[in-house]
Design a protein around this ligand. Structure first.
Ligand SMILES: C[S@@+](CC[C@H](N)C(=O)[O-])C[C@H]1O[C@@H](n2cnc3c(N)ncnc32)[C@H](O)[C@@H]1O
Length: 225
């Protein structure tokens, strides 16, 4: 039996979602499920309920993002957006935030453009590019970078660095392996600001959101000769 987002406990996240938010999130899920059947869009398998749980997983990061983002209309890049997680649900709920979805595979960005039009998501832009190319075209333009199931933490941070403003933040959605992945991160390059456990209703697996910022590099001291 297919359950709606409400039945899966989305309200337990404490996000104060409106009826319009819920309806838009349901539309997004329905479209993803429909495109998935035809275009094999994402690796997400199973019934609609499973797709809904992926969506809830994506918006569970919002309370933590709200806590750490200081700008009122932050520019946020989602690296390797795939079918739009987590950027589309975030953009739907946070209409004042600007989301840039970066995805290399064209059939996926075709879906993202479709959903952008269908839901009237004027606060999103879709870039059909490799992240490495965007880093060159758009240096230091983002208040934050996020990704879900994109790559390992060290590589994600390496790709995020050129995109971030000097005081920008990285939000890394992680499961249990986060500690292991942190070992590969150079503390001279990154501060771990927070490691927040996430509670996902109806999902027993562990989820965490790491918040990191690049270490400011002081200019070298000019000593008198
Ligand atoms: C496992 S999927 C995850 C998709 C989505 N974030 C989610 O959670 O469902 C990873 C996505 O990253 C994209 N990707 C991988 N490397 C990339 C790169 N260097 N630039 C842009 N997209 C990339 C892939 O095409 C794929 O769609």
């Amino acid at each position: 039996m297919t359950q709606g987002l409400l039945a899966l406990g989305i309200q337990e996240l404490g996000l104060d979602l409106s009826a319009d938010n819920i309806a838009d999130l349901e539309t997004f899920m329905r479209e993803m499920s429909r495109w998935n059947r035809v275009h094999n869009l994402t690796a997400i398998e199973g019934e609609d309920d499973s797709i809904r749980l992926h969506l809830i997983d994506s918006i569970a990061v919002l309370p933590v993002m709200r806590k750490y983002l200081k700008a009122s209309s932050p520019a946020i890049a989602d690296l390797g957006s795939g079918g739009g997680l987590p950027a589309i649900p975030i953009a739907l709920v946070e209409s004042g935030w600007n989301l840039t979805l970066i995805e290399a595979i064209r059939k996926k960005t075709a879906f993202l453009q479709h959903i952008r039009g269908k839901l009237g998501l004027g606060n999103t832009e879709i870039l059909s590019e490799r992240v490495e190319a965007v880093a060159i075209q758009r240096p230091a333009q983002f208040d934050a970078v996020i990704s879900r199931a994109f790559t390992n933490l060290a590589r994600f941070l390496e790709l995020s660095m050129p995109l971030l403003k000097p005081d920008g933040l990285v939000f890394a959605m992680k499961a249990k392996r986060a500690d292991e992945e942190m070992q590969a991160v150079n503390p001279r390059d990154w501060h771990l600001i927070a490691d927040e456990p996430l509670h996902i209703p109806n999902l027993s697996v562990e989820r965490r959101l790491l918040v990191l910022s690049p270490v400011r590099k002081s200019p070298p001291l000019m000593l008198d000769q």
